[in-house]
Structure formats: C-alpha cells, structure tokens
Design a protein around this ligand. Structure first.
Ligand code: EPU
Length: 506
C-alpha cells in the first residue's frame, strides 16, 4: 500500500464553474479528524471513485503546517479494519467532512475541485498542489475565481470540520503538553475551554475563578509549567475575524482571543489590511498579543491595536478599553500590571491600513531585501522575509520545544551602558531615551559562553542565546535551574540583571 512523506505546497481558491470540465475524475470523500496531542492535524479518509466496480480506499494522513501555504504531510493507504479502528480516535469537536472531489488536468497542471456536502461551503474550493505562487497558476477558462484563499485558516478542511460548540467545556487532570510550546509534560487540576463570548460570562458567573488559582493560557508560547498546576487553566478558544468598518484609509478589524496569531496575520495580509506584516509567524494567540504587547522586527502590537474588549472577573462587567489606556510598553501592558488576574480579554480590534508601507527599520530585514535588489517589497514579501529570518534564528516549536525569547532585553542607565561599552566595545546596545539604553540579552548570554550549551534535558539554542530549549523530557524545574544559572552568570560578568520574559506557572 502507498506511503507518502512530502512537503505539500498548495494554492487554494474559491471558484464557480462557468464551463465544461475536461475529463473529470470524480470521487466521494468522507474524512474524519482524529485527536492529536502534538500539534499535527491527523485524519482518516475513505475515498470512493465514481467508477463502476471501484472499491473504497482508505487513507491515514498526518499534516504539520510549516508556513501558510505549505505543510509536511505523511500519508499512507490503510486497510478498512485499520480505518475503523482509527475512527475510535475521532476528535469530538469536529464533524465529518463529506465532499465530492473532481480531479482534472489543464495545461499539464493537476487541479482538485471540492464540492462540500458537509459542512456546506459557499462556492467550490479549488486546490492546486505544487504551485508556489499565484503567478505560476494558469487558471482554466471554465472556472471563475471568487477569491484566493491560500493559507486562510477558515478554508482549511480541519477548520471547516469544527463543530459549533456552545457549551463551556470543563475537564479535570488535563495534560498540558499539547498546550505549551516548551513541550513540558505538566498536568492541570482543571481546564476550561471558552468557545464563545457567552462562555466568558458563564465562567465568571460560575464563581470558579474565585474558588481556586487560575491561569489564562493562550497559545502557551511563553510559559513554563511546573509538573502540576493545582488550579484552573482558562483557555480562550473563541474564533472569528470581522472587518468592522473602513474609515479614513484604515480598516478596523475585530479578532477573537482564541484566533491563532500567525494565521490572523496571514489572513489580514490576504485581505489587504496592513500593519501586521513584521509580526508574522509569532507563535501564540490574538488574546495574548495585547497582554505582553508582542513585538518583533521593528513593530509592536501596540502600533496596530485600537481597543481591547474585556470582562472584569470581580464585577462581571464588560468594557472596551482604548489602546491609550492599556499602558503599552516593551513586553508590557496594564494586563501584566494593575489588571493582572482581574480580567479576561475576549476580543481585540486592530486598526490596519488600506495602503501598504513596508517597515524596514530592522537591519536584518532591510538587508534581506537589499541582497535581493527589492526596494519596495510587497506585504507578503515582508511577511515571508520575517518568517525566513525567524526560521533561521528560532527553533520551530513543533520540532524543538522552546518559549521563544526566554529573557527580556534589559534596560540600563547611560552611565552603566557607557562604562560597559568601554570594557566591551562590540556590545550590542540600542538607545531607549536620553538616559537609558537597551542591551541585547542574547549578546550578554552569548558572551558568557552559554550559546549551544547543553545541561541534560535543557539547553541554550545554538543559533540564538536568548532561547532555552527542551532536549526532551525537560521539567519546569530543569528550565528554572538553567534560567537562574544564566541570570547569575550574566550578573557576575556584567552587573546586569536579566528578567525572564517567559512566565513560570506553578
Ligand atoms: N546576539 C548575539 N548572540 C546571540 C543572540 C543575539 O550576539 O546569541 C546579538 C545579535 O547579533 C544582535 C542582538 O544581539 O546584534 C539582538 O539580537 P536579535 O536581533 O536576534 O534580537 P533579540 O533582541 O535577540 C528581539 C525579541 C525577539 C524578536 C527579535 C526581532 C526580545 C526579548 N526578543 O530579540 O522576540 O523576534 O528581537 O525583533 O525582545 C520573542 O519575544 O519570543 C522573540 C523572539
């Protein structure tokens, strides 16, 4: 039986058929998504070709997303009995996808056209495998393109399969391994998933947040769990992205807290809503972005956040908080300060621009375009370049567990910065204001000789000293011990105290 392991690159379009399809091969497909605890998407499929005497064939597939338009795919043909066995692992939060697939060739390119019966999707979905760019696709004249939906989360089959869940889900003794990018195998006493706005109200009214400690968990990309969390993990999982209005050259776009940040960024780029390009490929969720004012490559979330909708836990009241009142600063906001543990964020409105102006203040980004001779890159070129720089410097969390930058870049006064610079003329510093400088924590750690060092289950990433990695089976205590050893060493070398950006949850 066939086994395929490959990188699948594809473009996707919503289309209508306006002519006759030449030599179509038609089959019926039923696919069921399986539970997955490692971030991959697993499914089984039954395919029945519409040919006389054709037997149904069964397949198992595991996909891991690498970028918005490509994934790593393992696919094997399986027996009917294996198929039935695997159905027992069906993900209860997803329904079966039923579709008719028409495969045809045009100008030597293979096209797959899906007509969905369940869930029902407006228009047909066309997939073209192997096409790297929109320009490389020769669209057949008998199809009318409604929209290019390549990489848009709403059009992945696994997303389409998601059932509308209305009930707040509470579970006990839940493994947190699939919920933290460090890959620590911790366990939470209780875990509540919020699927919609009503669930936020229900949770607050239930009083559960007053009975025991709680922790709000987005994408788990910035946390280190101790072995056991003796409290309630609150996981916002509400979805939705809506354009609220266009005004004075800006698009006001509302996104729910549970949206995956990187998918949201790509969605906005595809829709022509600009300002998020430099923040592409950051792990985590939309709801977490205002909390620590995520930032990278010359942009911070605060540059594009217009307002944040939140629920106060004590009173149950709701409020729209303007960005100006969020106390945004480097990796900081009111949600880490005065409002820490006092509210739940359920959605965020972003003010994005209708026109695109690249922000290339970050040197490595500007260099990337200079090398390619591109003076005015497009929005997706910027997002792609940022993704490539991140991929080169930061580990892919689905391969190596990490929490991204583990430490913040410390800010010191000019006096200390100048005396350090006298001793270490090549030290990396960035001016903050006339009295302060920010030092590159990565440089300080690197200079103490930690880069690439392994300490049993944990280590320092060889390509970026700011990143601590899980060598396999790391515990929260192992990570903490390494972080403290680094903090002490940097202090004894430079007299500078590093602060962790990652949060220890114990
Ligand atoms: N450096 C070294 N050795 C290292 C790492 C860095 O000498 O091992 C030097 C670099 O050569 C560079 C300077 O330190 O001159 C700064 O490094 P880099 O440009 O990689 O940025 P960073 O300050 O290490 C910050 C954010 C990242 C963000 C990048 C790009 C913090 C704590 N980290 O890293 O955020 O992607 O800038 O804007 O502010 C994250 O928060 O998870 C994260 C990845």
């Amino acid at each position: 039986m066939d086994v395929k392991n490959q990188i699948e690159i594809e473009r996707k379009y919503l289309v209508d058929v306006v002519g006759e399809i030449p030599n179509p091969r038609i089959s019926d497909i039923c696919q069921t998504y399986l539970v997955s605890d490692d971030g991959s998407v697993r499914r089984v499929r039954c395919r029945q070709e519409a040919l006389q005497g054709a037997e149904p064939r069964y397949y198992y597939t595991a996909k891991r997303r690498l970028a918005y338009d490509r994934s790593y795919e393992h696919e094997e043909e399986i027996s009917e009995s294996r198929y039935r066995q695997l159905l027992a692992e069906a993900d209860p939060s997803r329904g079966m996808v039923r579709k008719q697939r028409i495969v045809f060739y045009y100008e030597n390119q293979c096209f797959e056209l899906d007509c969905f019966f369940a869930p029902v999707v407006d228009h047909l979905l066309l997939e073209i495998e192997g096409a790297e760019t929109a320009e490389s696709v020769i669209m057949p004249p008998f199809l009318r393109v409604v929209a290019d939906v390549t990489g848009l989360p709403d059009y992945s089959n696994s997303r389409l399969a998601r059932r509308v869940v209305n009930e707040m889900t509470v579970q006990h003794n839940v493994s947190l391994r699939p919920y933290n990018t460090f890959g620590i195998d911790a366990c939470a006493d209780s875990f509540v998933t919020l699927h919609n706005e009503a669930n936020f109200r229900e949770l607050i009214q239930s009083g559960m947040l007053r009975q025991k400690p709680f922790f709000i968990l987005g994408g788990g990309s910035n946390v280190v769990f101790a072995d056991r969390y003796r409290g309630l993990v609150v996981h916002p999982h509400n979805k939705g992205i809506h354009l609220l209005e266009k005004r004075d050259g800006y698009c006001y776009v509302e996104a729910c807290a549970g949206e995956v940040w990187a998918d949201f960024v790509r969605y906005c780029i595809a829709c022509g809503w600009h300002g998020l390009e430099n923040l592409a490929a950051i792990p985590g969720t939309v709801g977490a972005a205002p909390v620590q004012n995520v930032g990278a490559y010359g942009r911070e979330a605060k540059d594009v956040i217009s307002r944040v909708h939140l629920f106060y836990i004590e009173s149950g009241t709701e409020e729209w908080m303007d960005a100006a009142d969020c106390d945004f600063d480097y990796r900081w906001s009111v949600f880490k300060g005065r409002l820490k543990g006092k509210c739940l964020i359920d959605r965020v409105v972003f003010r994005l621009s209708e026109s695109f102006e690249p922000c290339l203040t970050y040197k490595a980004l500007a260099n990337a375009f200079e090398e390619q001779g591109i003076s005015h890159p497009s929005a997706s070129q910027v997002a792609n370049a940022v993704t490539a720089i991140r991929d080169a410097k930061l580990p892919n969390p689905s391969v190596i567990g990490s929490a991204g930058s583990f430490f913040k870049n410390p800010v010191v006064d000019s006096h200390q910065a100048h005396s350090l610079l006298q001793q270490y003329p090549d030290m990396v510093v960035f001016p903050v204001d006339e009295n302060h400088y920010k030092l590159a924590a990565g440089w300080l750690i690197d200079h103490c000789g930690w880069k690439g060092r392994n300490c049993g289950t944990v280590g320092v990433y060889p390509k970026q000293a700011l990143v601590l990695v899980n060598n396999g089976d790391a515990t929260g205590a192992d990570v903490k011990a390494l972080a403290h050893a680094i903090i002490d060493d940097v202090y004894s070398h430079f007299g500078v105290t590093l602060e962790c950006e990652a949060i220890f949850v114990e």
